[in-house]
Design a protein around this ligand. Structure first.
Ligand code: NI
Length: 135
């Protein structure tokens, strides 16, 4: 078993709030992340795929294909978007890094031409990231 990975970046805005809570409760819970008009991040997404090396190609999965799948299924749908409003696969979720990572996993899981999705890591800042492994 060998692991390959690809990193892509995108910029997006969001507001972290729970519509079921009052403005005061949201502010207590989320602080400036709940600011009414939102804020932006430069995100980085790292996807790891595992599998056996195909003896014919020497690849688990051609990284060009991983790049294409990541862009088509996820990055192009998130880049320069408002994550609260514009992204169908994030509808009805609070767009935290945790929820975005899980949603990205679901978008990619069955879209890989070969190999198996191992992990999705989403950096919201250089210092903060979340990682999801599908369980
Ligand atoms: Ni934020």
């Amino acid at each position: 078993m060998i692991y390959i990975s690809r990193r892509e970046t995108f910029a997006a805005s969001h507001r972290i709030f729970n519509p079921a809570l009052s403005d005061e409760e949201n502010e207590t819970l989320y602080g400036t992340c709940a600011n009414k008009n939102g804020h932006g991040h430069n995100y980085a997404l790292e996807v790891v795929v595992k599998g056996e090396i195909d003896p014919k190609t020497g690849y688990v999965l051609d990284l060009k294909d991983l790049k294409r799948v990541m862009k088509e299924r996820v990055v192009d749908r998130l880049d320069h978007k408002n994550l609260n409003l514009d992204v169908d696969f994030l509808r009805d979720t609070i767009p935290t890094s945790e929820n975005i990572a899980v949603a990205v996993w679901r978008e990619l899981k069955d879209a890989l031409p070969s190999g198996e999705l191992h992990s999705v890591k989403l950096y919201e800042t250089e210092k903060n990231y979340v990682e999801y492994r599908g369980e």
